[in-house]
Design a protein around this ligand. Structure first.
Ligand SMILES: [Zn+2]
Length: 411
């Protein structure tokens, strides 16, 4: 399970949630993920995540594996992550649709010819129809992207050596969800590149916005998710792929309506899963500060005030993953009039609470740069409000994510 931590102080509190899950009999491997975008917006370096993860593991005496994920890297950005990371999410969405060479496409088509016809895949109701035209289409859309993943993978191998890191390949930032046939032949191509892919992140139907619940057709998601699990199983039997290959869901956090569906599906299939959450630990810090009142509350009110006035600047890097209705945002003057409870209840992701406002939550989520600009003051507040913040951080990961998804306990 991927966890994000913008300011790097919550590693131990996050890990406590994993420890609690382990005590309940489910061992989940923590993966601290941070993308290049996030590092550059906040002024951290990959090294900082490694230091945080190692310190958290030591402090909590965590004895299981853990990883530091270079999230959404490509050839242009991977180098600065190589020393600190041992998990690489190779993002090739930008290469989708770029043409592979004719010779390469011809070789691929020839090798895939054996799947021509109506493929019956256990777990998928309708046969997957494969013909030269559909194969050609998939090859022209995805083959170059997979070759690019191979180039990035081999570039990392040159520096870290084979077997010393975990590889994910992500297509989740593609413009459209992949069909079962596309996923199958993407996996075939990944096997041809000899990438020992541990997790693959397809794009799913619907919107996976930052910090709020799924927006989309839940039934359709459920069907796609089960089909993708079935495709993974079939691909493992058909191509040379790691037996432990899993789906990775770049959830953007808080996909509460999907967790029970995914839980049932992975149980039924006996499959593993990698869930990536976004940096919503940052929101728990804001909640912790608001709940503490006094200086903490004053800081998070001022933060909102500042970010509200710089809306476009805050939103720009996140336009595809947020949906904020500015009319539905409280004005800074309104927020200034709130007490601790109103701030917390408006921000905290409790759908049963009338005050909860998904627009306010998304707005605060993208406003972390304002805190980064006042780093010294912010970090000092985090340090002086440790207990309030840590309990929010742990509780959020354990009760809202791990329990419903991995333990099947309703949130
Ligand atoms: Zn992603």
């Amino acid at each position: 399970m991927g966890i994000g931590d913008r300011f790097g102080l919550e590693g131990a509190a996050q890990l406590q949630a994993f420890q609690a899950a382990k005590d309940q009999g489910v061992t989940i491997t923590p993966v601290w993920n941070k993308s290049n975008r996030e590092h550059s917006l906040i002024g951290t370096r990959p090294r900082d995540v490694r230091v945080e993860a190692d310190a958290a593991v030591k402090a909590c005496q965590w004895s299981g594996p853990y990883f530091v994920d270079a999230d959404h890297i490509g050839l242009a950005t991977v180098d600065k992550f190589v020393g600190a990371s041992d998990f690489f999410t190779i993002d090739v969405a930008d290469s989708i649709g770029k043409p592979a060479s004719d010779a390469s496409i011809a070789r691929y088509m020839a090798e895939m010819q054996r799947f021509s016809g109506a493929l019956r895949i256990p777990g998928i109701a309708e046969p997957v129809v494969v013909d030269p035209a559909s194969l050609q289409e998939i090859a022209s859309k995805y083959l170059f992207a997979v070759e690019e993943a191979g180039r990035v993978y081999r570039h990392i191998v040159q520096q870290k050596g084979e077997g010393n890191f975990v590889t994910e390949v992500s297509f989740d930032e593609a413009s459209a969800p992949q069909t079962p046939a596309e996923l199958l032949f993407i996996l075939a191509a990944l096997a041809r590149e000899a990438i020992p892919v541990a997790t693959v992140a397809p794009k799913f139907t619907g919107e996976f916005l930052k910090g709020i619940d799924y927006v989309g057709d839940i039934k359709r998601f459920a069907r796609e998710f089960e089909e993708d699990l079935a495709i993974l199983e079939f691909a493992k039997q058909s191509f040379t792929l790691p037996p432990a290959l899993k789906l990775s869901i770049h959830s953007g956090s808080d996909k509460f309506s999907l967790y029970p569906i995914m839980h049932r599906a992975i149980k039924k299939a006996g499959a593993g899963l990698h869930l990536k959450t976004a940096g919503t630990t940052w929101l728990e810090e804001v909640i912790g500060l608001a709940a503490a009142g006094g200086e903490g509350l004053a800081f998070v009110k001022a933060l909102y005030h500042d970010a509200y006035g710089r809306f476009d600047e805050m939103a720009k890097p996140y336009l595809t993953v947020i949906a904020i209705d500015r009319q539905a945002l409280p004005t800074p003057a309104q927020v200034d009039s709130w007490g601790a409870q109103e701030y917390v209840e408006t921000l905290e992701h409790n759908q049963a609470c009338k005050r909860f406002n998904i627009h306010f939550r998304q707005m605060v989520h993208i406003s972390f740069r304002v805190a980064a600009e006042k780093r010294e003051q912010y970090l000092a507040l985090l340090k002086s409000n440790r207990s309030s913040i840590e309990s929010h951080v742990s509780h959020n990961i354990l009760k809202r994510h791990i329990e419903p998804l991995f333990l099947g306990i309703a949130a």
